[in-house]
Design a protein around this ligand. Structure first.
Ligand SMILES: Cc1cc2nc3c(=O)[nH]c(=O)nc-3n(C[C@H](O)[C@H](O)[C@H](O)COP(=O)(O)OP(=O)(O)OC[C@H]3O[C@@H](n4cnc5c(N)ncnc54)[C@H](O)[C@@H]3O)c2cc1C
Length: 485
């Protein structure tokens, strides 16, 4: 008789868990997937990427309508937004994608799906719905939840997080957002564009603190010009429920206190790993405040128990969760010692303009003590960008001393899409000269990628030495116009 009920058991049916479940089952492993909610899909589908990007698109459409005159169109008086209709659109997009993440589909791939909250009994067995189930290998992919910071009065004040914001029954008149990470900033712009008065409170002097300050500041300027009020270098002293409104007591850098009032309070101050109730101690799995500890092969302190995705507290992105799920498959099913490598992990904040990044930015290079040179190209020099009415932003390429690319950041229209070319270039170790000489269609935003590679190469091509050589060999006569003529 088999020693265990399953070859592999996965806890959590989000991006990481679903990747492992479909891969393992299709490779012939007897696979169990356990999800505590009623449906598969995780945060990304239900409360994260999908609803936020759907909302952002709606807000962008309304913003464009409001700014019709900038496109040479007649100005229009728009009726206010009916958020119930926006919510409906969000729901329908989620429902369409849900079909892909359904229990039936996973069953057809060979995965047994069970709903419930498992608890480790020991390192191979769990308690699930009053039964004991065992697996040779376990994968913890239970994701993360909005953090609840220790703010005076927060436990007595109604507030919303990413769990509630996409299903509000009406558009709030006003909203205070605590935190200025990607979720906070994306929501600040989207709700402001829909018509909500938005205040963002941030403890440090920069929004999007992982990004370079020049890039983050440009995003902030755009949001500021659209009416979002920023309170930087500001700490939250406490919050209060005033009945219809919420009040936030704040203190600025100089020690001056004041208060903000709004209908809704959005708390977006970090994420906590979903490890409560799993009894990780009982399975001998080490963890800390940030999440389950894993090595480069995604193995926990118990070598047959893996963890992937947000629960590890590393890179909180869907594509990182999927990538880590692939590392688990390689190690647990193929028995290949594959290690996770985050050198060229891309990400994007979906503001308008978007801010996308791959590899090292200046901040990361400085922290690592690496010397670098920057090459930049503004979107105001890109013909397509101008035709689209987009003038803000730039591409920034960092090269190390040996002129090898360290990373690229793009602030501009469709930056997330534009970054894909760099994903291929950097992972494929493509030479910058190849990118610079490759023909790109005109006029496209993508030409900016070719152009920045060109800015690095042109001083070499048009150097005095090359010019002298050509002059000597081919008897070139020099300038026909301008300086020195
Ligand atoms: C507002 C918002 C916007 C975002 N936008 C983006 C974006 O644009 N791009 C991007 O890459 N990332 C984005 N993210 C992050 C992304 O959602 C996460 O990184 C991703 O969902 C992580 O996948 P995961 O599998 O680790 O966790 P999840 O997708 O959260 O899946 C974990 C699953 O485990 C289940 N679970 C939890 N505890 C248990 C338990 N005890 N037992 C059984 N099941 C359990 C949960 O119910 C959930 O279904 C966004 C997040 C938020 C909040």
């Amino acid at each position: 008789m088999a020693k265990h009920d399953y070859d592999i058991g996965i806890i959590g049916g989000g991006a990481a868990g679903l990747t492992v479940a479909s891969g393992a089952a299709q490779l012939g492993a007897k696979t169990l997937l356990i999800e505590k909610e009623k449906e598969l899909g995780g945060d990304c589908l239900h409360f994260g990427c999908v609803p936020s990007k759907t909302l952002i698109r709606t807000a962008q459409a309304y913003h464009t309508m409001k700014n019709a005159q900038a496109f040479g169109l007649p100005g229009v008086d728009l009726p206010p937004v009916d958020f119930a209709k926006v919510r409906e659109r969000i729901r329908s997009v989620i429902a369409t994608i849900q079909e892909h993440d359904s229990e039936e589909r996973f069953c057809s791939l060979g995965t047994k799906v069970e709903f419930g909250e498992p608890r480790f009994k020991d390192e191979h067995a769990i308690q699930l719905n009053r039964r004991e189930v065992s697996a040779k290998i376990w994968v913890i992919a239970s994701g993360s939840s909005p953090g609840s910071p220790p703010i005076e009065g927060l436990n007595k004040t109604p507030y919303i997080t990413n769990k509630e914001i996409f299903s509000l029954d009406h558009l709030p008149e006003s909203m205070i957002i605590l935190g200025a990470g990607p979720i906070a900033i994306e929501m600040a712009q989207a709700f402001r564009r829909l018509g909500t008065k938005v205040d963002v409170v941030q403890r440090s002097g920069q929004i999007l603190t992982k990004e370079d300050k020049d890039m983050a500041d440009e995003v902030m300027q755009v949001l500021d010009s659209e009416g979002v009020a920023f309170h930087l270098n500001t700490s939250v002293l406490g919050v209060k429920d005033l009945g219809k409104d919420r009040e936030v007591l704040i203190k600025d850098k100089g020690g001056k206190t004041s208060s903000l009032r709004a209908e809704k309070l959005l708390v977006a101050m970090g994420r906590d790993p979903n490890i409560q109730g799993l009894n990780l101690e009982g399975a001998g799995v080490a963890f800390d405040r940030k999440g389950v500890k894993v090595d480069e092969r995604m193995r926990t302190s118990q070598k047959h128990i893996y963890a992937a995705g947000d629960v590890t507290g590393k890179f909180l992105f869907t594509h990182a969760a999927g990538y880590e799920g692939g590392i688990v498959i390689a190690n647990a099913i193929f028995h290949l010692p594959r290690k996770a490598d985050y050198t060229f992990l891309p990400w994007c904040t979906y503001t308008d303009p978007e801010l996308a990044s791959i590899g090292m930015n200046e901040k990361a290079a400085k922290e690592a003590g690496i010397d670098y040179t920057i090459f930049m190209e503004p979107f105001s020099g890109n013909d397509r960008s101008l035709a689209e009415g987009e003038r803000v932003g730039k591409i920034k390429m960092l090269l190390d001393k040996k002129e090898k690319p360290l990373g690229v950041q793009i602030l501009g229209p469709q930056a997330g899409e534009l970054l894909s070319e760099w994903v291929a270039v950097l992972n494929g170790k493509v030479k910058l000269s190849t990118l610079a000489s490759a023909v790109h269609p005109y006029p496209t935003l993508g030409e900016i990628n070719k152009r920045v590679a060109g800015t690095y190469l042109s001083p070499k091509i048009f150097s005095e030495r090359i010019k002298k050589g050509l002059k000597f060999f081919f008897h070139l006569k020099g300038r026909a116009c301008g300086e020195g003529q």
